[in-house]
Design a protein around this ligand. Sequence first.
Ligand code: PHE
Length: 502
Amino acid sequence: MDKLLESLHPLERKVLPVLAKTTNFEEIKKETGMQDVEVVRALQWLQNKEILELKTDAKEYVLLDENGVKYSEDGLPERRFLQAIKKKSLKIGEIGDRAGLEKEEVQISLGTLKGKAAITLDKGEVKITEQGLKSLDKKSLEEKFLQKTFPIPEDELLDEERFAFDSLKKRKKIIRVDLIETKEITLTKKGEKIANTKISDKYEEKVTTQMLKSGTWEGKKFRRYDVSVKVPKIQGARPHPLNLVIEKMRQIWIEMGFEEIKGPWVESAFWCMDSMWIPQDHPAREMQDTFYLPYKGTLPAVSKKVAAVHENGGDTGSKGYGYKWNPEVAKQLLLRTHTTATTYRWFGEGKVKIPGKYFAVGRIFRNETLDATHLPEFHQIEGFVIDDGLTLRDLMGYIKEFYNKMGIYKIKFKPVYNPYTEPSMEAMGWNEELGRWVELINSGIFRPESLAPYGIDKPVIAWGLGVERLAMMLHKQDNIRNILGPNCDIDWLKSYKVPKKW
Ligand code: PHE
């Protein structure tokens, strides 16, 4: 107990004795003369010391609105209306001036008073009735209500008050209901005892080196700092785990001398497929796999050369696919299915320097059924290097280097097929958690047929990988929906650890 008392902050010491008298937040503020934030802080610290429990709640409160403030001082318009005709009946047009009311207020009063049989209306002449005269001697429920102290918790209205509330609520800007935060303070057993204890103010507040060395200052003890006290966790902002992985990858490619390129999500089938020699009857082009948009785009001049390679190989020495290339199929707009669309745009728009190293990160879309490892939209990282004499060895080297930098060391390669690369290979990585090899990246050397239209005759090694799958592996998650989308577990987002070795 003594230790606890010695460790109290000056703000806590100010609040504590007041708590013996009241636990009403507003009253505590008044009694201590402290500011809102100071009281809140003191209360939170006292809560950490288990002296009290602090609950914040939000409740509906009835408040006076603009007209309500006016009427609570000047009286309701209907009373002023009646007063104006008390001695002598008046024309409707005269009442506003006499009673000091706006036109609208006259109208409303007229309605209310007629309803209460307090006036009669005859050829534009308004006359007070017996009933009206009587009502002037007595405050109406509405008037009584306006005299109360606001704000009033809405759920604490008495029946009579509820009647007045309902009738005033219908009228313009008299009362309004607002959600107001309330603080409920309950002293614990320990708190009750302490609040009633006389707390000595013999502790020095400013700690100096000398005091720390001697433990005293001119005979006074200084305030004890209880570092064991439990404090609330504060959650700061942090990157989303997926963005963390994307940023790490970006950083690695940049470190390795790559330049970032970007392309649009909405692409033409031309840039997404035709430009890289994907045949027009390739299964990946079907609606089951690709999201098509009901619009068509335009074709670049280079599409003529592309058409020729598709049809007969152009001047590449290849025989091509031997079909009639259809420009309408290529004009079709779609959501890009891979970032390779961006690579070929760069080729087609003549933006690639030779030798050069480029990468792209971006969202891609595939018509997949959602499950633990598939999403219809996700991210890809794409990369390519263009230079004389590049071989499969270089490709394997870049891929290994990249994964090593990501903290993945056990890698193996296997041959695969892509229409636009030859040879093509996939890299697999050992997933410790799953205890098996998982696909990491698709890659290859771009075929001459896919490069010829752009006048590129140097080797280009290239790759593309799904970011979410890799993020799952690095963050040890077994469901892709926890990496991207609305199902991410908020507690995990707050607590996830940055992968080791970064
Ligand atoms: N576009 C391929 C995919 O989406 C990846 C890739 C890029 C393969 C470049 C080879 C070369 O899987």
